[in-house]
Write a protein that binds this ligand. Structure first.
Ligand code: SF4
Ligand code: SF4
Length: 368
């Protein structure tokens, strides 16, 4: 660990630790270990030679969602999510990662998705027309390909309705986000190399993604590792906001609330664009949750937590749905296939959950 990180975790060890009250894993475990401070203390002790990173300590480092919520509360701006991720890389290099994380990395290497689905089925649920000169290259992402294909098909339809021809890569691989976040960088970079080669050689002029995890990987992780894309990349919420005047507007009577995905909001600073699109279509202001924008609670689905601790992840997702219902809204929107997947499962029939692009598509159809 660098001297800078060691000095940061030392500072964290002496802090009053108010950040833990927003840490979703403190909420899920109700214990001092899975907190920002608990993680910093383990790294501090290891750095000082007081305690090795044993199996229990490694578990605590893998209980972090890397949601970065603690950072918004930390006066000295200690970025626990990044420190945890750096430490995870070291753990993987020493082959000391939990078995589930090793298996995840093997699945992505073999089948190019974190669900261990056959790669040949990646495009099988997509309704897309092949055209000669597509304007937009849609990077679909694993969750929209295998688990939430209505988001992928809504994205294609919405873009077509806006007058754009859309293409997808014939051989898209996982963006690598689940591996970057869990420390398996070597295998993440293998995915990146394939994607960058194919994205760069494609003749479309711009890339659209619907997953904030892909958005962060393509715009931040790839360049940080020397992989540059030769076209602009937009998250679908940004692209829809740029085309707001072409979207229909209604006077929707029911209240709507919005959940900020961590990778889109805190990690990439995209807060206003999805809100402007929703408010344009609905004709009224959102019913905001108490914890919103950079203070939004994570849905519980990130950075390997659901894979390793599904019950804790669901407890966090359930709490976020409860916060949405406290706004008395009938509809909970997000702009992330991963968030939608978790929130919808936890909501059941209690509140409707949709992705932003499904909401836009539904109202484009109503307008016709
Ligand atoms: S992350 Fe920041 S606010 Fe939280 S305990 Fe450490 S120093 Fe304190
Ligand atoms: S990144 Fe999120 S889960 Fe991890 S310590 Fe900070 S608040 Fe907790």
């Amino acid at each position: 660990m660098s001297d800078e990180i060691l000095s940061q975790v030392r500072m964290c060890a002496a802090c009053p630790k108010m950040c833990r009250h927003v840490c979703p894993t403190f909420f899920a475990w109700r214990s001092d270990s899975p907190t920002p401070h608990g993680r910093a203390l383990l790294i501090h002790f290891e750095g000082k030679g007081i305690r090795d990173l044993d199996e229990r300590a490694i578990d605590v480092l893998y209980q972090c969602l890397e949601c970065s919520h603690c950072l918004t509360w930390c006066k000295p701006e200690i970025d626990i999510a990044s420190i945890v991720e750096t430490k995870r890389r070291e753990i993987v290099r020493k082959s000391c990662e939990p078995k589930e994380i090793r298996v995840l990395s093997e699945w992505v290497l073999k089948n190019h998705n974190p669900f261990n689905e056959p790669h040949k089925n990646r495009l099988s649920k997509l309704n897309i027309e092949v055209t000669d000169n597509p304007d937009i290259l849609y990077f679909v992402g694993c969750t929209s390909s295998y688990r939430e294909s209505e988001i992928a098909n809504s994205t294609i339809s919405v873009l077509n309705n806006l007058g754009y021809d859309v293409a997808v890569l014939e051989d898209e691989w996982c963006c690598g986000s689940p591996l970057f976040r869990t420390g398996s960088n070597t295998n993440a970079l293998t995915q990146a190399e394939n994607n960058v080669e194919h994205l760069n050689e494609h003749k479309a002029k711009q890339i659209i993604v619907s997953c904030p995890g892909c958005f962060r990987a393509l715009t931040k992780d790839y360049p940080e590792h020397g992989f540059e894309l030769n076209k602009p990349i937009f998250h679908i919420s940004q692209f829809l906001d740029m085309h707001r005047d072409q979207l229909p507007s209604f006077d929707i009577s029911y209240p709507i609330t919005y959940h900020d995905p961590c990778h889109l909001g805190r990690h990439c600073g995209v807060y206003e664009e999805p809100r402007k699109v929703i408010e344009h279509i609905s004709g009224k202001a959102l019913h905001e949750m108490e914890r919103t924008r950079d203070n939004a609670m994570c849905c519980g689905n990130g950075a390997g937590l659901r894979l390793m601790y599904p019950e804790k992840a669901k407890k966090i997702g359930h709490e976020r749905v409860k916060q949405a219902k406290q706004t008395d809204s009938d509809l909970l929107l997000s702009s992330c296939p991963f968030c939608k997947n978790m929130l919808k499962q936890q909501a059941g029939e209690s509140i409707e959950v949709l992705d932003l692009v499904e909401f836009v598509h539904k109202h484009q159809e109503d307008d016709n």
